[in-house]
Design a protein around this ligand. Sequence first.
Ligand SMILES: *Cc1c(COP(=O)(O)O)cnc(C)c1O
Length: 258
Amino acid sequence: MSSTISSRLSEQRDRISRAAVEAGRSPQEITLIAVSKKQPTRAVREAYDAGQRDFGENYVQELVQKAEELRDLRGIVWHLIGHLQSNKCRFVVGLVGRVHTVDTVDLARELGSRALRRTRTAAASPGAVRALEAGLADSPPPSTVPLSVLVEVNIAGESSKHGCHPKDLGAVLEAIDAQPMLRATGLMALPPEVEDPKDAEPYFQEVVRLRDLHGGRARLPELSLGMSHDAEVAIRAGATHVRIGTAIFGSRCALKES
Ligand SMILES: *Cc1c(COP(=O)(O)O)cnc(C)c1O
């Protein structure tokens, strides 16, 4: 069992490298996010031991719990890739390296004010914050580095999905830019489920088009696109972050239903 995650991980790394080279891109441009939602912490440890550092979680409660259990893993970077409710913002600030799912002006404001509050508290009383974070050994001290966020776009107008309507993207980006402790780094999208991964291509290209419409690569260098079944297509379209779960960890256990 213990070699499975490790060998699947290296398969996925090879897969990403191959797709990058085929697309005329450098594999270094692409971050593999191992999506560990509904996987036990021992699976995360196994991936970590195999060199993986970026992990994606969908549910804030599960993320907080896992991060706590895995706080001895130096240099681990958590990515929130699931919907974020405003009242959960305070839990993710200081814990995650990236939030991929900012999709409303209100959420940008709340997350931004939580991030700012944390910075101010840190400035006023570093010791207090450190005490607050005593559970999080090795986490970097509260800093003045803004939290990187991506805007999730609901690319096909699916009512079952979160993400902002493309016409609201400008407003959400402005709301993020107005927050001193947030930095918009890119766009994220989850295209409709398609049988043939190639059919996801037009959706990915639409994300690229939206990025070009809103400042291009200079303003929004990151694209969080692609999962287990369509990573190649996403990389061809320009993905910088691919979010792969089942191809690394196998099927998700029923730790918690969404
Ligand atoms: C679950 C999930 C993934 C991973 O999907 P797999 O098909 O298991 O690779 C990627 N992105 C998001 C937003 C997810 O919710």
